[in-house]
Design a protein around this ligand. Structure first.
Ligand code: RAT
Ligand code: ZN
Length: 440
């Protein structure tokens, strides 16, 4: 048997990994944050931290406030009752509650006093531009990918007006309504916006959908397209979602050299009374995703699944398809217990060709806790893996550790995206095929 590394060597490795992780900036590839030019759409500060929907769901378990009464309150009143319920009446040990405290701690605030009005005063002195820089620097995040939906009226108006982009914020084109409620919602909206579509997916309609996707891809400079999918999504399938994917979305992604991100397993509105906090989870059919990916070898796919039980089969799928890149511990899986499990399983099954985490932050300040907690867990798993290598005599060098961490924090993702773009470029410089001749 190989001999485990000495305690001293292990401690040295752990220190080196932790230092490297702490000093390597992250490209946060999926968030709900916005370029500050979007004004009020970019949420930040203590009240937004407290009314985060992850906390809302937990607070409703503890208090008796009727749903409608809670929703009728101002943001500050909601924050007050959540603070009282989850932080004062009980110890705030859930991951979302702990996250608020880590955030405050990383901002240099004293959480011991449990003084909400004083915390509010501290936030009130900031302006959004300085605060964004401050938080990103402290969180060690140098780029943030937004989630951008043309179907959101407030957001769409900002894009249409135009603004100067902050280069730290990249964009992703979110198309849930297009794929999930085509005939009753998306089709009429596209018509209103001047796209000549009908609810039936005729050739002309598909062409117009592609024109819509092209316009928005260019307008926002999308890095990828994305959709969240219900557990019952199946492929192949005779439904508008699968058909639109095949005829419009995937050809569009090929044309523009962009990956298509799928987030399977969300059951929207399990408890509609909880609004944004009311979504649940379900198992997805991994075989359908394998069929979709197998049928489209010239597309690049990003996947993060919501159900814990889907993670293993997705890792196996990723071993089969180089055009599949797994990312993040999404939403309910973003808890230490599962981040550690998923990261360990992914590294053991697919090595470093993965993006182990994204923040999904909805409030800017949350990147402080989400990356603090994840860095700690990724460090733990990586240290174990390097110690296993060292036990064979393969001593990882500082430069190798640095390279690996850069890959995990955005490098592998960018290479994956670039690989497709390179293929598109390669395809476009191929000499045209003469009539009657077959492309080989
Ligand atoms: O994690 C969340 O905040 C969820 O509400 C969802 O937005 C999810 O991340 C999504 O992108 O659909
Ligand atoms: Zn999200």
């Amino acid at each position: 048997m190989t001999q485990p590394v000495s305690t001293k060597r292990r401690a040295a490795l752990a220190a080196q990994v932790e230092k490297t992780l702490a000093n390597t900036p992250v490209y946060d590839i999926h968030t709900h944050l916005y370029d500050p030019a979007f004004g009020e759409l970019l949420l930040w500060g203590i009240d937004d931290l407290l009314v985060y929907h992850y906390l809302v769901a937990e607070a409703f378990r503890q208090f008796d406030v009727p749903y409608d009464k809670f929703w009728a309150m101002s943001k500050q009143q909601q924050a007050d009752v959540i603070w009282d319920t989850l932080f004062i009446q009980h110890s705030p040990i859930s991951e979302s509650c702990r996250g608020v405290l880590t955030t405050l701690n990383r901002l240099g605030l004293d959480v011991k006093k449990r003084d909400l009005p004083k915390l509010r005063k501290w936030f009130a002195k900031w302006n959004v531009a300085d605060y964004t820089t401050h938080v990103m620097e402290r969180a060690g995040v140098n780029r943030i990918c937004m989630t951008n939906s043309p179907f959101d009226d407030i957001e769409r108006a900002v894009w249409e007006r135009g603004f100067e982009r902050d280069p730290r914020f990249t964009a992703a084109l979110r198309i849930d309504p297009l794929l999930l409620s085509w005939s009753d919602s998306a089709a009429p909206r596209l018509r209103d916006w001047g796209y000549n579509v009908t609810p039936e997916l005729s050739e002309k309609t598909v062409k117009e959908v592609r024109r819509f996707l092209a316009d928005w891809t260019r307008r926002i400079d999308a890095q990828y397209l994305m959709v969240s999918l219900p557990p019952d999504f199946i492929y192949p399938g005779n439904n508008s979602c699968a058909r639109l994917m095949e005829t419009a979305v995937l050809p569009h992604c090929r044309e523009f050299g962009l990956p298509f991100a799928m987030m399977p397993g969300v059951k929207r509105g399990v408890n509609p009374l909880l609004k944004l906090a009311g979504d649940g989870v379900g198992l997805c059919d991994t075989a359908s995703y394998e069929s979709l990916i197998a049928a489209h070898p010239d597309n690049q796919f990003l996947i993060t699944a919501l159900a814990r039980e889907n993670q293993y089969s997705l890792c196996v799928a990723a071993r089969k398809f180089r055009n599949l890149h797994l990312f993040g511990c999404w939403w309910f899986t973003n808890i230490p217990y599962l981040i550690e499990e998923m990261t360990r399983m992914r590294l053991e099954l697919i090595g470093l060709s993965v993006t182990p985490q994204h923040s999904d932050a909805r409030v800017l300040d949350q990147i402080l806790y989400k990356w603090d907690h994840s860095r700690r867990l990724i460090a733990k798993v990586l240290t174990d893996k390097y110690a296993d290598l060292a036990a064979t005599g393969w001593e990882p060098t500082g430069a190798e550790i640095q390279r690996d961490v850069q890959d995990l924090f955005g490098g592998a993702f960018e290479r994956f995206c670039g690989r497709h773009a390179a293929r598109v470029a390669h395809a476009s410089v191929r000499p045209p095929v003469k009539r009657g001749q077959r492309r080989v």
